[in-house]
Structures are given as C-alpha cells and as structure tokens.
Write a protein that binds this ligand. Structure first.
Ligand code: PGU
Length: 407
C-alpha cells in the first residue's frame, strides 16, 4: 500500500511564484487587454551575450561530429568548467581545488537538496525573510512541525529587520544548519566581512554548517564586500557555498550552477572529507550532470570576453534597480537594497500588509511584485520589486507607480 510523504501537507501555501502568477492571471481575466508590468519573479529578460552564445553554439556543434561528440559526462561537471570556476575564486584570494566544485543545473535544486546529506534531527536556522526553498525543503524533509503565524514549529527564524540592517543576530540557541543568502533575496542587503565572520566563528565553535547562497554575488559593486564566504577565515571548515550562472549570464532557462563543498569541511560526527564524499555520492546517484551544451556556455561565460559582456548586463540590471529606487523614494516610500543586488525591498506605505499592497499595486498601477510575507513572517509589511526587466518596462512600471499609486 503506497503512502505519500505527509510532510508535504505541512506546507502552509503553494510555492510563492506560481501563486503570484495565479493571482496575476485572475486579474488579467477580469481586466482583459490591460498590460501588466512584471517586477515579480527574479527572472532575466535580456538576450544572452554574444560570447556566451558562441560557447553554447560550439557546444551544440561539437555534438554533430563523431570526434567531438560526448554523451554522459561526470555528474560533478567537466574539468575545464570546474577549473574556470576555481580561477574565479582565485581572483578573490580563495584557493579551491576544482574537485571541491560541483557543477549542477541550478542553485535552486542544490539549495533544496543539500540538507539531505545531514542528519534528520538537525536544528535548522534561516534568515527571516528568506528564499522560500530553504524552509520548504526542510519542511518536506520532515524537520519541522506545522506552520503558525510565526512560522514553522521547530525552525529557528533569525529576523532580518530595519533595526539590524537586514542581517541577523547570532542564534541564541545551538543550531546545526544555517542558511545565509548574500546579496540577500529578498532584502538586497549584503553581509559585511565582520557579519559573516561572526557566523563562521559560531559555526566552527558549535560544529554547525553554513549554507551560503551567493547566487547574486556578481551584483556586488562595492569592492570591500565579500562575494564568497571563503573570503572569511575559517569558512573552509564550516561552509558550503552555492552560486549560479542564472542571473549573471541570463541562464535562468538554460540552467547551470555550482556548489562548493570543501574537503576541509567537517561535522560533529565526521572527519574532514566526509561531507564532500557524501555530496559526491548523492550527485552520482541522483544526478547525471548538467547538459554538455550548457557547460560549454558556462566556460565561455568565464572567458575574458564573456566576463566583460556579462558584467555589462549585470550593470544594466543594477541601473534598473537604481531607477526603481529613485522612483519610489520620490514618492516618500522607504526602500532598501538595489545598490549591490537586483532586488529593491520596500516598506509598504500606510502600514498595509504585503498582500494588500500586492493587490493595490496590481489594481492601481498594473505592476506585479512579490509580497514580503511570502519570504517569511518578518517580511510582513514589506514588498520586493525585481530589477530584472527590459528598460522600457521598468521605466513604464515606475512611471505608473508614480502616477497611479494612491498613498
Ligand atoms: N538562490 C537564490 C537566492 C535565488 O533567489 C534564486 C532564484 C535561486 C537560488 C535559483 O537559482 P537557479 O540557479 O536559477 O536555480 N530566485 C528567483 C526565482 C524564483 C525561484 O523559484 O527560483 C526569485 O525570484 O526569487
């Protein structure tokens, strides 16, 4: 007799972004012909740059020739790409062996799957608000109780508020697994060296492990801010890092990412190297490697030309963020983020709830954003606008907010 994984029933709502799409479509059904401006999901919109397109093209062409054809590759990724990624870290003074870098099809899947190599009774701490995958994957894995108004029972929420500059205090209890995202989705805040150091020291002291999601690292413009947790001394014994080509190279639909599991990482019950071995085993069993075509595109993205062109695209999205920030500020709305991240985090005017503001923005301005409460209890009263979009649409959206938002 088959039975379902009943932990799925604990999930308090559908996944956030399909829910937003559902509400947007319902609005469009009631208001046919209206143009909705989408600053909701963080999805790239600009065409893939020529140098990367060339790499993808070569990846395709090599499959049409018996001499260069390749089938299944190593599930950890092809060596030139792992070497290229190690080179990227070396530029920041971080020494990694290519074998510590696992290429994958997404930081989403990796950040959802990584918990699976840790003990079932691990106590999990998340920034609040946070990218929903961290919480939902642990709910599904059975590490929580039911959801209430303050979140899931059994999870340790680390509030990120205006008062603490959207970076949390250290947990006041012993936790085992800690999710940190910087530049942060959704708040746009970037952790400083000192802030990360406090968590690295905590993790080493308590034998906890940090999952550091740096999917937006390329958006950091301030040279003193760390782009990788391994820029912090001691992180190599306690941190796993995820990053992605999605937002940098326009690969949200192409799919390519990486996760770093240092061989020096140890846990309370295992020696250095064990977690690396487990993640290797996990990927070898559950995953057959990222597409060879796509990995060729990734190698091209790391080339000097690829870097120059993708950097320009990142700068384009950051300019969108500046336009959004400026428009909202001119209305007296309090905003955060945007400077080193593709998200603007605003405080809902008039004390509206996040979903009330979602409806208001959609109805009055025809602009779609993401309610802060969808990222966790501390996101209530906030709202996220994505800076991914064609310039014309971003300008239209900001213009419409300035003209039509009744506050
Ligand atoms: N990590 C963070 C912090 C993210 O915000 C996102 C995408 C990912 C990972 C996903 O990376 P991939 O390499 O493309 O898998 N966040 C977007 C898209 C929503 C989603 O469900 O992934 C967002 O709007 O928050």
């Amino acid at each position: 007799m088959a039975r379902i994984n009943s932990h799925y029933d604990k999930l308090s709502a559908g996944y956030l972004f399909p829910e937003i799409a559902r509400r947007t479509n319902a609005f469009l059904e009631q208001n046919p012909g209206v143009q909705v401006l989408r600053l909701g999901i963080g999805d790239t919109t600009e065409p893939i740059v020529p140098a990367v397109l060339d790499g993808l093209d070569q990846g395709v062409k090599s499959l049409g020739n018996a001499d260069t054809y390749s089938g299944y590759g190593p599930s950890e990724g092809v060596l030139p790409l792992r070497q290229g990624l190690a080179g990227l870290y070396a530029e920041r003074g971080v020494k990694l062996d290519p074998s510590e870098i696992f290429v994958s099809d997404g930081a989403k899947s990796d950040s959802a799957n990584i918990q699976g190599v840790f003990s079932q009774d691990s106590v999990v701490a998340v920034q609040d608000p946070a990218y929903p995958v961290y919480v939902d994957s642990n709910v599904i894995a059975g590490r929580t109780g039911l959801a209430g108004s303050t979140g899931y029972e059994g999870l340790v929420y680390m509030p990120c508020t205006e008062e603490n500059g959207f970076f949390p205090e250290l947990p006041d209890q012993k936790v085992d697994l800690i999710y940190i995202c910087s530049p942060n989705n959704p708040t746009g805040a970037v952790a400083t060296r000192e802030q990360l150091k406090s968590f690295v020291d905590y993790a080493n002291e308590h034998k906890a492990v940090i999952f550091f999601d740096s999917a937006y690292a390329a958006f950091i413009t301030d040279p003193v801010l760390p782009r990788s947790i391994y820029e912090i001394e001691g992180a190599e014994t306690c941190a796993i890092e995820m990053n992605s080509f999605s937002k940098t190279a326009g690969f949200t639909g192409v799919r390519l990412a990486w996760t770093i599991v240092p061989k020096t990482l140890a846990t309370e019950d295992s020696e250095a190297g064990k977690v690396h071995a487990l993640w290797t085993r996990r990927q070898n069993t559950f995953f057959n490697g990222a597409s060879n075509i796509v990995q060729a595109g990734g190698i091209a993205a790391l080339s000097p030309k690829g870097r120059e062109q993708t950097d320009a695209q990142v700068a384009f999205y950051l300019e969108n963020a500046r336009i959004i920030n400026e428009g909202l500020k001119s209305l007296g709305i309090t905003t955060y983020g945007g400077g080193n991240a593709p998200y603007v985090w605003l405080k809902t005017p008039g004390g509206l709830s996040s979903w009330e503001f979602f409806d208001k923005l959609l109805n009055e301005c025809h602009v779609v954003g993401t309610p802060g409460s969808g990222f966790g209890p501390a996101g209530e009263g906030f709202f996220r606008l994505s800076a991914f979009g064609h310039r014309e649409n971003v300008e239209k959206a900001v213009g419409s907010i300035k003209e039509n938002l009744q506050i």
